[in-house]
Design a protein around this ligand. Sequence first.
Ligand code: ATP
Ligand code: MG
Length: 571
Amino acid sequence: MNPSNPTAPAETPTGPSNFIRDIVIEDLKTNKYGGRVHTRFPPEPNGYLHIGHAKSICLNFGLAAEFGGKTNLRFDDTNPSKEETEYVESILTDVRWLGFDWEDRLFYASDYFGQLYAWAVQLIKAGKAYVDDLTADEIRQYRGTLTEPGRESPYRNRSVEENVDLFERMRAGEFPDGSRTLRAKIDMASRNLNMRDPVMYRILHAEHHRTGDAWCIYPMYDFAHGQSDSMERITHSICTLEFEDHRPLYNWYVEQLGIFHPQQIEFDRLNLTYTLLSKRKLLQLVEGGYVRGWDDPRMPTLSGIRRRGYTPEAVRNFCANVGVSKTNGIVELGLLEHYVREDLNKRAPRAMAVLRPLPVVIDNYPEGQVEEMEAVNNPEDAAAGTRAVPFSRVLYIEQEDFREDPPKQYFRLSPGREVRLRYAYFIKCTGVVKNGNGEVTEVHCTYDPATRGGNAPDGRKVKSTIHWVSAAHAVDAETRLYDYLFTKENPGETGGGQDFTSNLNPHSLEILTGCKLEPSLAAATPGDRYQFERLGYFCADPDSAPGKTVFNRTAALRDTWAKIERRGDRR
Ligand code: ATP
Ligand code: MG
């Protein structure tokens, strides 16, 4: 149902569609699930969520919301050794940050251990599962290959009584890790390797983050996932393409058990250039100290991009734009940045900041005088109003806005040249002071009092407008500039014997200290985002403290994606 018009029939949607949405619309039309749409997002709590997960979250929550359905958040915590409470907490925070609400439907696969065990016994009693004494290695050898059928385990034809007894004793902790498994009895000659008597349970004497030591046998993902979906009465179980070959097994379990049958639908994983989206590899970056944590602003994790200053709106727009398909592709990282700029351009207040300061002294400006200049907060948003920025005799400008010996096309400040100071006056350079190395350490200027506000009454023009900060009023700050974390479009591609860390960009972080910010930025709190005029989008970092201001550069102003699109148009 369309929430904006609850009576509108679902089969007359507006807006772009995708094949999964089309399936949902068709199922509503045929009343397949009694008009219900119920999805779930099932992260394994073994790492922080990344931008790929955002695609899945937006798809699952977005579809349900569009059709008046529900979405569960379910931790797929069947694997005891890796799961940590820290990951659970971070996942809850990140899904909420993206803007989605699971209401009272937070579940854990581990809550179902008892029911899953009972279902395993049910399959044993139906002659559909058996306890196997082969080791993991032997199971692999017996499995066969894509071209050769597998061989049946010598333990495959145990009696039901013996299987029930052994499985109970597995549970009771009588056997060491890896000594036995419970396997589904399906077909060792199946063309699908997942159907060759897959393992349902393994013995693992390991502490679980929720069930403690209550269990020493744990269900495999395939045996847990579909039944969890079924218990929650999920209608559309949406997952990524690598699970396509698991679908027959997903169906087999729910059919053999005779329980509610959700439908599994696979879509393409998000891949991004210059980015790795694998929790295992991201963990390696964290543990190896290559980044400062899961929330390092260079990381593709949701906590990283949040710290960097990306907005949930930008991420959702990006996810909607990349779409959903049946073939894996790779998306330009520039496209994500494009949506970040597009969103921040609308909402980020403007401010003036000088990252690499050069002092400018206005010799004819009265010593001790301060004027309040009126600056526009956001030209894209009239309601944002204006603010007062103090102007005085000594200012900072960017080092790169001055050249003693300007090349031809350089129109910013240089000896004898007049430029406009944004929201203030025209100034003209009259001289410089240099240090012993011949470097300019101070620029001297005169200002024209008649040009207050930035226009000359005689109509004379200047070719450039530069930003500035009053030295006496400036807030000192550290800014952190980021570049791509990897130098290769495909960071997984490495030369002989090297791993992906050899593709790390040694210049991905540049820290600038002694930056000068306009005084209004003293009020910034971590997470506040601004456009520093002419420089880019910046976000106050949680490392800020009283007397210490730290900003992250979220994105430069230049939109490389717009260029990519233009290039695309020309082809
Ligand atoms: P990773 O490879 O990063 O460890 P995963 O698939 O093991 O990812 P899960 O926690 O199992 O991570 O994923 C939860 C959900 O998010 C799954 O439904 C999975 O298909 C989906 N997902 C994970 N990575 C991506 C991605 N790159 N693009 C789209 N969906 C993804
Ligand atoms: Mg997984």
